[in-house]
Write a protein that binds this ligand. Structure first.
Ligand SMILES: CC(C)(COP(=O)(O)OP(=O)(O)OC[C@H]1O[C@@H](n2cnc3c(N)ncnc32)[C@H](O)[C@@H]1OP(=O)(O)O)[C@@H](O)C(=O)NCCC(=O)NCCS
Length: 163
């Protein structure tokens, strides 16, 4: 069964390995692998502050106890941003769609009114995963430079009211 749970410090190796996958680097718009020490500091801060309402929360996506991805809840006032990634080996099995649905429930249970995020127009898997959970693609976008493509691409703002 797929579930999400708040990350713990000993999830760091999994988190780091996922962030080092070429596919993750590409779709998250980075140019290179993260520095392990910098990523650890970011991860540790998020875990230590997970109780603070305004702080970013990192969740691990698990299927029957096996780690398959991660999900962020990033508060923005009464809204929150939901971002997710699934390890390459486990992509295309419906994990993102299930995790996004669980993340939307989690945000609602935490009292947020709306989920807002942005998705690259060429990220078909991400577009499909979010829209299949009832997330709406707006006509608003920003241009973001992608180092690996050496050009800017459109990132559409997407949203879902949580009623
Ligand atoms: C985007 C991502 C999270 C999707 O994870 P996933 O577990 O593979 O997604 P799912 O299996 O739930 O599939 C979601 C939809 O995308 C489709 N899909 C999955 N991989 C695809 C691919 N490579 N190309 C086209 N469609 C794809 C699935 O068929 C499904 O569509 P459907 O609802 O029409 O059947 C994953 O590809 C990923 O981690 N990418 C790198 C990080 C990233 O881009 N995060 C999102 C930033 S906004």
């Amino acid at each position: 069964m797929v579930k999400i749970r708040l990350a713990k410090l000993d999830d760091f190796d999994f988190f780091y390995e996922m962030k080092c996958e070429d596919i993750n680097i590409f779709w998250t718009g980075h140019g290179t692998k993260p520095e392990r020490e910098n990523l650890y500091s970011f991860f540790k801060t998020a875990i230590n502050n997970a109780d603070h309402r305004e702080a970013r929360k990192i969740y691990i996506i698990e299927d029957d106890g096996r780690k398959v991805g991660h999900l962020y809840i990033i508060p923005e006032g009464t809204c929150f941003e939901l971002a997710t990634a699934v390890i390459q080996q486990q992509q295309g099995k419906g994990y993102a769609r299930k995790a996004i649905a669980l993340g939307l429930d989690e945000g609602k249970n935490r009292g947020y009114k709306k989920m807002v995020t942005s998705i690259r127009e060429d990220n078909i898997a991400s577009m499909k995963a979010y829209t299949s959970c009832g997330v709406r693609v707006t006509d608003k976008f920003k241009m973001v430079y992608i180092p690996k493509l050496e050009k800017e691409v459109k990132m559409y703002f997407v949203e879902k009211e949580l009623d």
